[in-house]
Design a protein around this ligand. Structure first.
Ligand SMILES: *[C@@H]1O[C@H](CO)[C@@H](O)[C@H](O)[C@H]1NC(C)=O
Ligand SMILES: *[C@@H]1O[C@H](CO)[C@@H](O)[C@H](O)[C@H]1NC(C)=O
Ligand SMILES: *[C@@H]1O[C@H](CO)[C@@H](O)[C@H](O)[C@H]1NC(C)=O
Ligand SMILES: *[C@@H]1O[C@H](CO)[C@@H](O)[C@H](O)[C@H]1NC(C)=O
Ligand SMILES: *[C@@H]1O[C@H](CO)[C@@H](O)[C@H](O)[C@H]1NC(C)=O
Ligand SMILES: *[C@@H]1O[C@H](CO)[C@@H](O)[C@H](O)[C@H]1NC(C)=O
Ligand SMILES: CC(=O)N[C@H]1CO[C@H](CO)[C@@H](O)[C@@H]1O
Ligand SMILES: CC(=O)N[C@H]1CO[C@H](CO)[C@@H](O)[C@@H]1O
Length: 499
């Protein structure tokens, strides 16, 4: 039960777990370091500090700096030993750092996540942490001022991509260039577009029949739950931890959210353009099983991320998220949910008609979570004013800062909240990679996922190198890099022409 909650939860949370690390190629072991940063950057007289964790790999260190930005997860050394940021550091002769976001992982300002202690968990504070961190590593206090005159490049994916972009917006004097993979920029309460992309990815990779099979199963499932014997039958088929209380709307929504839509969300968000979706669709398409509901149950219960049972008791979900220990199983989810309740929203509801899950998860379900996980103080009006505030201060999609390279996956359900080709401008290119899911472009080159993705990774490296080091001198490198960029642009344009 605890197991499934942990594994399903990441979709609401963008990533929650660290993006799946690449295979380590560096022979150098990074150093773990800590730096005291201000707890509250926005009140001058409050001089309290807390220890922020980072990793540091100086394998390629000249004087430049590449920072792989950590998001809502615990950092590990892996991303300082391989990946696009690692290759970027190699090309730029840069030191590579990986920073941890306050409250997540081991960067804990307080002994627990009791509500009053969460006041300092905001993206504004996290960006200011990064600024103080950069100031520190460029100071004489860090290795005798070795990086004093270095240029700084940030790399991030998902929420950390958002941070990379907004660092360039808020603190351009400390960040020279940023690369954001899959970073949402527009805060929005209700986010029905998420499941629309899930549906689109299933249609393109698994076929129209697969999608209509899901919809038919959902129709029958909703009807079945409305019968006397139905709930017990459904509980057994889907292996719920306890029998579903069909008369309790919050329990029914919990079943659909944790059990069904989050499973498909995970399938699409983390599919690596491999055979994940076709495999799921083979089960959903299996006509040797007559009942559509049974096929859906067969897929849900066979999803490796979903065992051993589905939690359907809303009160249990609340209890799990009210545990204020940083070691609690839902601790990361508690922290991220807090950020959604005060800053971002992004609730993946079934409000759209262009998805197969009917209307089983309304936005009110998430309003209730904010109130129950934290306090009734966190109601809809507070949520909305927090979201407005985020968009006012960071500009949503109305303003992409310069020297930012953005990548969006064509099948990334988060992509509607991020930039697309229409937001690109001189010095801030945006690449939309067809068929690709969340956070694929920060992975190493040469992983051979799709040709388009490989070309985009090379274009990102080329742009970032030029933003930090000026135009490439080597004519060979230069012409091959720009031809890559051009062919990618053509791909992007072709992808949109086909829509
Ligand atoms: C599902 O079935 C449809 C129709 O038989 C087929 O077109 C589609 O390719 C199937 N998908 C998978 C992944 O088996
Ligand atoms: C909260 O989580 C911690 C760490 O997993 C655990 O030891 C504790 O029993 C939990 N508290 C409650 C009330 O469940
Ligand atoms: C979402 O759906 C509900 C009912 O299905 C409807 O009342 C509400 O207006 C919808 N909200 C939006 C933002 O579309
Ligand atoms: C780009 O994003 C905007 C939202 O800012 C959206 O209205 C538009 O349809 C998107 N364009 C494409 C081509 O996806
Ligand atoms: C890379 O992908 C291409 C096209 O999908 C394939 O032909 C080739 O065998 C792959 N190479 C490796 C090393 O996997
Ligand atoms: C490019 O060449 C010029 C002149 O040869 C040199 O001053 C400059 O440092 C070189 N730039 C890079 C990025 O290598
Ligand atoms: C997938 C992977 O390689 N994960 C490793 C990342 O680094 C930690 C140690 O920091 C290892 O325990 C993981 O196995
Ligand atoms: C600043 C603040 O509110 N600190 C609180 C954090 O949580 C601990 C334990 O729950 C309290 O004792 C602190 O007062």
């Amino acid at each position: 039960m605890w197991f499934i909650l942990l594994l399903i939860a990441p979709c609401l949370a963008l990533n929650m777990r660290e993006p799946l690390p690449p295979t380590r190629i560096s022979r150098v072991s990074p150093v773990e370091g800590w730096v005291q940063v201000r707890l509250n950057h926005f009140m001058a007289y409050d001089t309290r500090t807390y220890p922020m964790r980072y990793y540091y790999n100086n394998e390629f260190a000249g004087q430049n700096i590449v920072i792989f930005v950590g998001g809502e997860w615990a950092i590990s050394e892996n991303w300082t030993q391989a990946g696009l940021a690692y290759e970027m550091a190699q090309q730029m002769g840069a030191a590579l750092f990986y920073t941890e976001h306050r409250y997540y992982g081991s960067s804990r300002p307080f002994p627990d996540s009791d509500l009053p202690n969460l006041s300092f968990l905001t993206i504004d504070q996290a960006l200011a942490d990064l600024t103080q961190f950069i100031q520190y590593i460029k100071s004489d206090a860090f290795e005798g001022g070795r990086y004093r005159n270095g240029k700084v490049a940030l790399v991030g994916c998902s929420y950390a991509g958002t941070m990379a972009t907004w660092m360039r917006l808020a603190y351009p004097h400390v960040v020279d260039a940023a690369f954001s993979d899959s970073g949402p920029l527009h805060a929005q309460e209700n986010f029905p577009e998420y499941l629309e992309v899930v549906a689109e990815a299933i249609r393109e990779q698994g076929g129209e029949t697969c999608l209509s099979n899901i919809e038919e199963a959902m129709r029958q499932l909703v009807q079945l739950l409305d019968t006397t014997a139905g709930p017990a039958q459904v509980s057994q088929m889907f292996k719920t931890c306890t029998p579903i209380q069909a008369g309790t709307p919050l329990d029914v929504a919990t079943f659909f959210w944790y059990g069904i839509t989050e499973t498909f969300a995970g399938l699409v968000q983390y599919s690596s353009h491999g055979d994940h979706i076709p495999k799921a669709c083979a089960v959903l398409n299996d006509t040797s099983v007559a009942s559509h509901v049974q096929r859906l149950a067969n897929y849900i219960t066979s999803d490796p991320w979903n065992e051993p049972c589905i939690e359907t008791r809303y009160t249990q979900v609340v209890a799990n998220h009210r545990n204020t220990s940083f070691d609690a199983y839902e601790s990361t989810m508690r922290l991220w949910t807090y950020q959604t309740c005060v800053e971002f929203g992004w609730y993946q509801t079934t409000n759209s008609t262009r998805q197969p899950f009917l209307h089983v998860v309304p936005v009110e379900y998430f309003h209730q979570m904010c109130k129950d996980f934290f306090s009734s103080y966190f109601d809809e009006s507070r949520l909305r004013s927090g979201i407005d505030r985020t968009n006012i201060f960071f500009g949503g999609l109305t303003h992409l800062p310069d020297f930012v390279v953005s990548v969006a996956g064509g099948h990334d359900p988060w992509s509607p909240m991020g930039p697309n080709v229409t937001h690109a401008h001189h010095n801030s290119p945006v690449y939309v990679v067809p068929g690709v899911s969340h956070c694929r472009a920060i992975r190493p080159t040469g992983t051979n996922e799709t040709e388009e993705l490989e070309a985009v990774k090379k274009a990102v490296l080329s742009h970032m190198r030029q933003f930090i080091m000026g135009p490439d001198n080597d004519t060979d490198t230069d012409s091959s890099a720009s031809s890559v960029a051009i062919s990618v642009l053509l791909l992007v344009i072709a992808a949109f022409a086909a829509l």
